[in-house]
Design a protein around this ligand. Sequence first.
Ligand code: ADP
Length: 173
Amino acid sequence: MHDPRISVILGDITTVAADAIANAANTSLLGGGGVDGAIHRAAGPELLAECRTLHGCETGKAKITKGYHLPAKYVLHTPGPIWRGGGQGEAALLAGCYRSCLELALSHGCRTVAFPSISTGVYHFPLELASAIAVKTVADVLREHPEDFDWVCFVCFDPHTKSAYDRALASAP
Ligand code: ADP
């Protein structure tokens, strides 16, 4: 049975009332399309203003801002790896995104965290591999911090993505 604190839902992450939501950002942190664009639209221009003070973020790491007009208190901005065939450290970088976000959440007292499917949009990371890495990394971090999180949710924007995360979670130890 997988960790009961981990779940998968179909939906729009900008509507999720978690303590923190992750943003599949780019390294500039100055906004983009996809989920990044949706988060900036929903949070309002104050989010971009704060992001400008952060001077970017490395792939596989994360930086935190307030959530402004979002229901979430914080946004964890994490640039996922662009898929270049798998030989450029993409898997470790993607795991780094999930781990960095959860460690940053922890240090800000966040007990509930929502993730989009990082890198599987315009960054073209293969969905089956990405979902397995996402689920395994989150499960590992939760196991390392048994008291610190109430739930972590994967918010999938389409049914195809949701079924990949459902399968990954079902086959997690
Ligand atoms: P990346 O550049 O990391 O690939 P994208 O934003 O292109 O990021 O896509 C990542 C995932 O986020 C895709 O599955 C995409 O469908 C999904 N997505 C787009 N908008 C939203 C949203 N509002 N809520 C949740 N997921 C979203």
